[in-house]
Design a binder for this molecule. Structure first.
Ligand SMILES: [Fe+2]
Ligand SMILES: [Fe+2]
Length: 136
């Protein structure tokens, strides 16, 4: 399991979304790395990709609303990071469709998605919780 309890922010809605993101990315990577043929993997991968495109937008929105509710000073910078990720996911997805579902593109995407998620949730999102605690 890639999720670790110390990633929790203490905000139930956001923590549940983070867990779901980790769960989806993990199963995405399992499918990518499985021995099945690319044709067999495709439906599951495409389904997860479509899910992620919508779910990251929803999650980022909810997390930004939470930041506003506590007057988080890093809100603007954090929002930029989210927008960068949404842009990246959309860009990859577009290239992926244009290439008629290129495997190398998805393999690279899987790795980058995982490292982005861990770095973002374990570092940048944690700063929101640190601020909320300090503020009381
Ligand atoms: Fe987050
Ligand atoms: Fe975030």
């Amino acid at each position: 399991m890639l999720w670790k309890d110390n990633y929790e922010l203490g905000v139930p809605q956001i923590d549940a979304q983070h867990k779901e993101l980790f769960r989806r990315v993990e199963s995405f990577l399992q499918v990518l790395r499985s021995e099945d043929s690319w044709e067999k993997k495709l439906p599951k991968l495409n389904e997860t990709l479509e899910f992620m495109k919508k779910y990251v937008v929803e999650h980022f929105h909810d997390e930004e609303e939470y930041q506003k509710s506590i007057n988080y000073p890093g809100y603007e910078a954090h929002k930029q990071r989210h927008m960068g990720m949404v842009g990246y996911v959309q860009e990859v997805s577009r290239k992926y469709e244009q290439s008629n579902y290129d495997e190398n593109l998805m393999q690279e995407f899987g790795g980058r998605l995982l490292s982005w998620l861990i770095n973002h949730v374990a570092a940048e999102d944690q700063l929101i919780a640190d601020y909320a605690k300090k503020r009381g």
